[in-house]
Design a protein around this ligand. Structure first.
Ligand code: HEC
Ligand code: HEC
Length: 398
C-alpha cells in the first residue's frame, strides 16, 4: 500500500470513529428551549447589584452557554470548558489537576466559577482582569484547549449549523466573530450568579432587621446577630469565622473572597506551581478564592493539595509556615516587640512583615473545627448548581 493511501485510510477511519455516536459524549447539537431563558440578574442587596442589562443579554448568555459546553471549541474536539468546570461541583473539577485536550495535566487546580461578574481578577494568580479577555485564554492555552488562531476557530463555528442562528439572535448578524465569541462566553459567566445559599437567606433577613453591614468583618458584632435558620453550631462557626479564627480578615465581602481582588500568602510550602509574577502582590500571594459552594469544590488550594476541608483547617490551625512573605494577618502580633511599627508601612501591611511576629497557631479544638465546617456548609447554593440555565445543553433534555 502506498503511503498516501495508508494515510487516507487512517484518516477516514479516524473520522468514522470520531463521528460514530457515543452516548457518553452527549448530543452533537445542543437542545435549547423554544423561548429564550431569562438570564437577567436580580437586583440583590447582599451582592449589592443593580445590573441594568441590555435587551441582547439573554441571547448572548445562551450563545455563551452553548460555547461553554461545546467540545468543538478545542483544537481536536476533545474538551469543552465544561469538561473541567463541572456545574455539580460549583464549576470546579473534583481532582487536583485537570486533563486538557491531549490528556496533559493543567498547571493548577481548576478554579471554581461563581459570581465572576463581581471580581476584578481571575485565575489563582489574578493574571487576567477582564472577563471578556479571560475567556479566550483557556481556548488558546496549549494544555487546555489548544486553539492557535481564534479567527480559524470562528470560521469553524460558521460551518456548524447551530451557530449562525445563535450569533444572529445575539448580535443581529449570523457571521461568528471573535468579539461575539468573547462577549457570549463572558455574558454567560457573568450571568452565573449564586445568591441563594442558606447564608444568603439568613443574611437578607438580618439585613432587613438591622442597620449593620453584614459583610464587613470589622463591624460584625457577634452577640447581636442571630442568623435566621442557622443551628447553634452554624451560628458558632459564623462567629469564629468572623472573629477568633481570622478567616474573614481575608474571606470577606458577599462572596467571601475579599471582594474579588485580594491576594495573600497563607504560608503553604509553595512549589513550582505557586510561583508567579503577575499582580504585584508578591510572588507567592494567591487570589483569595470565594468560599461560596466550598463544600462542593474539593480538592482545595491552587494545586489541589488538600483533599478535604478538614485538611484545610489543619493548615490554618497549626500548619502555617513562616517566610518573609507570609501575610501579616496570619501572624501573631500579641508578643511581637513594638519596634515592628517602625518598619516601612508597605512591609507591615497587607503582606510581609517582621519575623518578630510568629505565624498564628489557632490550635482549633474539635468543637471549633466542627463549627467552622458547619458554617462553610451554609455557603452551598443548590439552586446555583442545579440551575438549568447553566447546564450542559448537549446532554440536557430541556
Ligand atoms: C483543561 C481544563 C480546563 C478547561 C478546558 C477550561 N478551564 Fe477554566 N480553568 C482551568 C484551570 C486549571 C484554571 C485555573 C488556572 C490558573 O489559575 O492558572 C481555570 C480558571 C478559569 C477561570 C477563573 C476563575 C476565577 O475565579 O479566577 C475562569 C473564569 C475559567 N477558567 C473559565 C473557562 C472557560 C470560559 C473555558 C472555556 C473557554 C475554560 N475555563 C476551559 C481549567 C480549565
Ligand atoms: C491572609 C488571608 C487569609 C486568611 C486569614 C484565611 N484565608 Fe483561606 N485562603 C486565602 C488564600 C490566598 C487562599 C488560596 C491559597 C492558595 O491556593 O495558595 C485561601 C484558600 C482557602 C480555602 C480553599 C478554597 C479553594 O477553593 O481551594 C479555604 C476552604 C479557606 N481558604 C478557608 C479559610 C478559613 C476557614 C480560614 C480561617 C480559619 C481562612 N481561610 C483564612 C486567604 C486567607
Amino acid at each position: 500500500m502506498n503511503i498516501k493511501l495508508a494515510i487516507a485510510i487512517a484518516l477516514t477511519t479516524a473520522t468514522i470513529i470520531s463521528c460514530s455516536p457515543d452516548p457518553a459524549a452527549g448530543l452533537r447539537s445542543p437542545v435549547l428551549p423554544e423561548a429564550l431563558l431569562d438570564y437577567s440578574i436580580e437586583a440583590n442587596s447582599i451582592l449589592n447589584i443593580e445590573l441594568d442589562q441590555d435587551p441582547g443579554w439573554d441571547a448572548r448568555a445562551q450563545l455563551g452557554r452553548v460555547l461553554f459546553y461545546d467540545r468543538t471549541l478545542s483544537q481536536n474536539g476533545a474538551v469543552s470548558c465544561g469538561s473541567c468546570h463541572h456545574q455539580g461541583h460549583g464549576f470546579a473539577e473534583p481532582i487536583a489537576l485537570s486533563k486538557g485536550l491531549r490528556q496533559e495535566l493543567t498547571a493548577r487546580n481548576t478554579s471554581h466559577i461563581v459570581n465572576a461578574a463581581f471580581q476584578s481578577s481571575y485565575f489563582w494568580d489574578g493574571r487576567a482582569t477582564d472577563l471578556a479577555e479571560q475567556v479566550t485564554m483557556p481556548l488558546q492555552n496549549h494544555v487546555e484547549m489548544g486553539i492557535r488562531d481564534l479567527d480559524v476557530l470562528v470560521d469553524r463555528l460558521a460551518q456548524i449549523d447551530y451557530y449562525p442562528p445563535l450569533f444572529e439572535q445575539a448580535y443581529g448578524s449570523p457571521q461568528p466573530n471573535v468579539e461575539g465569541l468573547r462577549e457570549g462566553l463572558a455574558t454567560f459567566l457573568r450571568s452565573m450568579v449564586s445568591q441563594n445559599s442558606r447564608m444568603d437567606q439568613a443574611a437578607s433577613v438580618s439585613m432587613n432587621n438591622g442597620p449593620f453591614s453584614f459583610w464587613d468583618p470589622w463591624t460584625v458584632t457577634n452577640d447581636d446577630i442571630q442568623l435566621d435558620g442557622f443551628s447553634s453550631l452554624e451560628q458558632q462557626g459564623f462567629e469564629l469565622f468572623h472573629g477568633k479564627m481570622l478567616c474573614a480578615s481575608c474571606h470577606n465581602g458577599p462572596s467571601f473572597n475579599g471582594w474579588g481582588g485580594s491576594f495573600a500568602d497563607i504560608g503553604l510550602d509553595m512549589g513550582e506551581l505557586g510561583q508567579f509574577s503577575a499582580g504585584g502582590w508578591g510572588a507567592t500571594a494567591m487570589k483569595v478564592p470565594s468560599l461560596r459552594n466550598v463544600a462542593l469544590t474539593a480538592p482545595y488550594m491552587h494545586d489541589g493539595r488538600f483533599a478535604s476541608l478538614d485538611d484545610v483547617l489543619d493548615h490554618y490551625s497549626h500548619g502555617i509556615l513562616d517566610s518573609p512573605t507570609l501575610d501579616s494577618r496570619l501572624r501573631n502580633w500579641d508578643n511581637a516587640s513594638p519596634f515592628i511599627f517602625e518598619e516601612p508601612f508597605i512591609d507591615f501591611f497587607p503582606f510581609g512583615g517582621s519575623a518578630e511576629a510568629e505565624p498564628v497557631r489557632l490550635n482549633m479544638t474539635p468543637g471549633e473545627r466542627a463549627a467552622l465546617l458547619a458554617f462553610m456548609g451554609t455557603l452551598t447554593d443548590l439552586d446555583f448548581v442545579k440551575d438549568v440555565r447553566y447546564s450542559d445543553p448537549f446532554t440536557s433534555s430541556l
